[in-house]
Design a binder for this molecule. Structure first.
Ligand code: G3P
Length: 217
C-alpha cells in the first residue's frame, strides 16, 4: 500500500521524504488554508519536492470551471492529479480531463455507488472519506471493503485512496483490506512508528552496552 501525506505543510513532506516512506501527497482547500501561504507558492514547492502524485483540488461547482481550473493546475507539474468533487458536474470534468491525459482524483466519496460512478467516469483515483463516516456513528472501513470488492468484481483500475484517516489502525485496516493508497495526516504517520516496547528495548540495550568492555563506539 502506498503512503501519501494529506497536508499542505512542506516541512512535514520533507520529513516523510527523509524517512523514505512517502509515495505522494493529497491536499484540499482546508489544508492549503491552514498553511497561511499563497496557493501557487505552496503547490509548486510540493510538486518539486515529491516525485509521486500530488492532488490539487478544484473549487468550481460547474464542469466548465472545474475543467478550466484542472487544466491550469496540470500546467504546474507532470505529477499533478486534479481533485474533483463527487457531483454530476464533476463527472463531466473527469471525463474531459482524463481524455486529455490529466489524472483525476474524485473526492468527497461517502458511498459505494459514488465510487462506482467515479470509476465509470474514468477517474484515476477515488477518495472515500472514512473518518468523516466514523464521525457520524457509521463504519468508514466498511465502505473501503465494499469499494474494493466492487472494483475487483469488474477489474476496475481506478485506485482507492483511503482518505480522512484519523489514527494508525485506519492505516493498518486499509492495508489488510488491500487498498491501493492511504493518505494520512503527518501526526498519524508519526504514530505508525511508535511502540512502547521498541523504546523500552532501546533503553535496555543502551544500558547493557555501557557494561561491554572495549566498546568501539
Ligand atoms: O483530504 C481529504 C481528507 O483526507 C480530509 O480529511 O480529516 O478533513 O476528514 P478530514
Amino acid at each position: 500500500m502506498e503512503f501519501f501525506l494529506d497536508t499542505g505543510m512542506v516541512d512535514e513532506i520533507r520529513q516523510a521524504l527523509d524517512w523514505g516512506i512517502l509515495d505522494g501527497v493529497t491536499t484540499n482547500p482546508s489544508l492549503i488554508a491552514k498553511t497561511g501561504r499563497p496557493f501557487l507558492e505552496v503547490a509548486k514547492e510540493i510538486l518539486e519536492l515529491v516525485d509521486g502524485p500530488v492532488s490539487l483540488e478544484t473549487v468550481s461547482r460547474d464542469a466548465e470551471g472545474m475543467i478550466r481550473e484542472g487544466r491550469m493546475l496540470a500546467e504546474l507539474g507532470d505529477n499533478v492529479v486534479v481533485k474533483i468533487p463527487m457531483i454530476p458536474e464533476g463527472m463531466k470534468a473527469v471525463q474531459v480531463l482524463e481524455s486529455e491525459g490529466i489524472p483525476t482524483n474524485v473526492t468527497l466519496v461517502f458511498s459505494p455507488s459514488q465510487a462506482l460512478i467515479a470509476a465509470k467516469a474514468g477517474a484515476s483515483y477515488v477518495s472515500p472519506f472514512i473518518g468523516r463516516i466514523d464521525d457520524v456513528s457509521s463504519d468508514g472501513m466498511k465502505l473501503i471493503r465494499e469499494v474494493k470488492q466492487i472494483f475487483e468484481n469488474y477489474q476496475i483500475e481506478t485506485q482507492i485512496i483511503v482518505a480522512s484517516v484519523r489514527h494508525p489502525m485506519h492505516v493498518v485496516e486499509a492495508a489488510l483490506i488491500g487498498a491501493d493508497i492511504c493518505t494520512m495526516p503527518f501526526e498519524v504517520m508519526k504514530k505508525l512508528f511508535q511502540h512502547p516496547l521498541t523504546e523500552k528495548g532501546i533503553e535496555l540495550f543502551l544500558k547493557d552496552w555501557e557494561r561491554v568492555p572495549g566498546r568501539p563506539f
